[in-house]
Write a protein of this length. Structure first.
Length: 118
């Protein structure tokens, strides 16, 4: 999808947003509603009232970008938190409703002896 630095954070505006808004209005919403700096380089996600359209506002070093997506069927799920992970954003943009994710890592033994499965 996007290649972003790992320090990039994702903020979701939980209030309904008019999808006719463009760069300046979304930047103002970022300051007023989310209390964040729109020039910070973080992602700011806005949803319409019926949650079928989403806009993502992003500022890189040269200017603002807006990504706009509309679901053909179904609705986007609104996260419970104002800040979400990039992984949760990708799931949201795919139309997946993720309540709680569990990530597991395999325990690795550092014994120096290769383990052979029988």
């Amino acid at each position: 999808m996007l290649s972003l630095p790992s320090s990039t954070r994702v903020f979701v505006c939980r209030e309904a947003t008019d999808m006719r808004c463009s760069f300046d209005k979304l930047a103002a919403f970022t300051q007023q509603t989310l209390n964040q700096d729109p020039l910070s380089g973080h992602l700011f996600v806005f949803l319409n009232r019926v949650r079928t359209h989403v806009k993502v506002l992003y500022f890189d070093r040269t200017g603002f970008s807006i990504w706009y997506k509309r679901l053909e069927s179904g609705t986007y799920s609104v996260p419970l938190l104002e800040e979400i992970s990039y992984r949760d954003l990708v799931c949201m943009l795919e139309g997946l409703a993720v309540k709680k994710l569990r990530y597991c890592r395999e325990k690795q033994r550092n014994t120096g002896v290769p383990q052979i499965a029988v």
